[in-house]
Design a protein around this ligand. Structure first.
Ligand code: KIV
Ligand code: ZN
Length: 519
């Protein structure tokens, strides 16, 4: 291997469809695998390990389909050292534009004794035979000594040398059980580079049992590895493999630590790839997952929000758009400060200053203490209330009766009080909430279109308060209303009436203004 690391490419070997598919509970059919492989090609990975053809008919078919149809990356497939496995592996791969056979055998004492029932001489001879057979099919042969990090060094070097001498041009060092520690794993890679002669690329394959898969892969790269085996979203056996997006972005963002080394990944495709893999595997993306998690660019604390609003780089080392994510997201919540609050209002076209800003901010903080998510409608409602747009309500709810269920038409009756006495009305609807809304419109004589409706709980648990926000529109005027109750239908009726009261004041103001202007 060369010692000059400047201007070198780091090969990205994606094994989402092979090791990633070995995650408990994941089973992708060949068409789903093809969809992921096509996205991996758009992401521009160098290799797609498409499966382990001998493992099942489905795996064979998936590798075959991907080999036939996916352009761009080199298609790889896994094989044990025995010759029928290698033949079957090639059978699946043979129509690929470019193909690699990845041959492996266990080399640690615990695997050799308990699984293989082979001694060292037998493992050596299997290695030679398997690699040589693969070489008859393709020039591109990778060899992995499984459980490398628990294999005695001298024996591993002997096996790796045998693999190179038999034709392997990539030596992959699997930390199969995630036992490695970064400096120890890095030292292992350096030692192999010094000890195994010939022309080959060293590769890392790190599992995440101690949460160190990304760190170990990077240590391997620093020590001379020029291929990393990774999975999208860090999928893989048990705790998974090194996450593709983490390794790629670490190399990109901390180029100072990896001088001259780069990948060819189109990082703007990372978030989309992550979402696709999550959707097809059914494995959710952890909210706080590095790079692709939904919180990776979200800021809640007031100090952080202030910093990010002044300059993104204050609290972000990655430009969200460079990984296909939405830019700095300011999450309004109880930790938010005045700066973020006023910025959010400005984005909604509301500009407040001085006392107005102070009072609405105080009101916002009170609400944020009770409510997890503050929506735009909440902000609008707070602003409207605090700016005295809500003086006295025209109508207030006295009684609500609703009847609904799986049989018959839902109906509602409301009794409202107003300055001119009580009014009541009944109406049908396509649900109990709709019926309550229709009854309120009839009783008030104000008709409006429902354009927004959301329910959330103020707290968790069975006694959670339902917090309903509705948005209504009438003659181009949009208003929102809020209602809270332990009963969602009642909360909805209150929200509806709250919005109707705002609408009635708004309409009254408009007609006053018209009178002042005169005909
Ligand atoms: O973890 C491992 O050892 C593997 C090999 C088959 C490379 O996945
Ligand atoms: Zn593995």
């Amino acid at each position: 291997m060369s010692d000059n690391h400047e201007g070198e490419k780091l090969v990205i070997f994606d094994t989402t469809l092979r090791d990633g598919e070995q995650s408990p509970g994941i089973s992708l059919d060949p068409k789903e695998k093809l969809e992921i492989a096509e996205q991996l090609a758009r992401l521009n990975v160098d290799y797609i390990e498409a499966g382990f053809p001998v493992a099942s008919i489905g795996d064979f078919e998936a590798v075959q389909m991907i080999a036939e149809q996916v352009q761009g990356p080199i298609i790889a497939a896994l094989s044990r050292t025995n010759l029928t496995d290698v033949d079957r592996c090639w059978e699946a791969l043979k129509s690929a534009e470019r193909a690699r056979i990845h041959v492996f055998i266990s080399t640690s004492p615990v695997h050799m004794t308990n699984m293989l029932k082979m001694n060292e001489a037998q493992v050596l001879s299997e290695t030679r035979a398997g690699v040589a057979r693969a070489k008859t099919y393709t020039d591109d042969v990778e060899f992995s000594p499984q459980d490398a990090t628990r294999t005695p060094l001298d024996f591993m070097i002997e096996v790796l040398q045998a693999a190179v001498d038999s034709g392997a041009n990539t030596l992959n060092i699997p930390d199969t059980v995630g036992y490695g520690i970064p400096w120890d794993f890095g030292a292992l890679i350096s030692y192999i580079r010094k000890s195994v002669s010939g022309t080959y690329i060293l590769s890392t394959h790190c599992h995440n049992d101690l949460g160190l898969a990304t760190a170990n892969s990077l240590a391997g790269v620093q020590a001379g590895a020029r291929q990393v085996e990774v999975c999208v979203n860090g999928l893989g056996e048990r705790a998974g493999n090194a996450a593709l997006e983490e390794v790629v972005m670490a190399i990109k963002i901390r180029g100072d630590q990896f001088p001259g080394i780069s990948t060819q990944i189109k990082t703007e495709e990372l978030a989309r790839t992550s979402r696709l893999v999550s959707r097809l595997t059914g494995y959710p993306i952890q909210y706080n997952k590095a790079v692709v998690g939904r919180n990776a660019f979200a800021h809640e604390s007031g100090i952080h929000q202030h910093g990010v609003l002044s300059d993104r780089t204050t609290y972000e080392i990655i430009d969200a758009e460079s990984v296909g994510q939405k830019g700095s997201q300011i999450i309004l919540g109880k930790h938010s400060g005045r700066h973020a609050f006023s910025d959010s209002l400005q984005k909604m076209g509301i500009s407040l200053k001085g006392d107005e800003l102070n009072t609405t901010f105080t009101r916002f903080k009170e609400l944020a203490d009770r409510k997890l998510d503050i929506t735009e409608a909440d902000l609008e409602a707070i602003v409207a209330e605090e700016l005295q747009l809500t003086t006295t309500d025209t109508f207030s709810l006295e009684e609500l009766h609703v009847v609904g269920g799986t049989v018959g038409t839902p109906t509602a009756k409301v009794v409202l009080s107003s300055s001119s006495g009580k009014v009541e009305a009944s109406a049908d609807g396509n649900g109990m909430i709709d019926a309550a809304g229709q009854a309120i419109q009839k009783a008030t004589g104000i008709s409006a279109k429902l354009i927004g409706f959301s329910v959330s709980s103020v707290t968790g648990g069975v006694d959670a308060l339902g917090d309903v926000v509705v948005q209504l529109e009438s003659n181009g005027v949009k208003v929102s209303g809020k209602g809270i109750s332990t009963d969602v239908v009642e909360a909805s009726a209150r929200a509806y009436l709250n919005a109707i009261n705002r609408l009635s004041r708004q309409l009254a103001r408009t007609s006053e203004a018209q009178k002042e202007v005169g005909p």
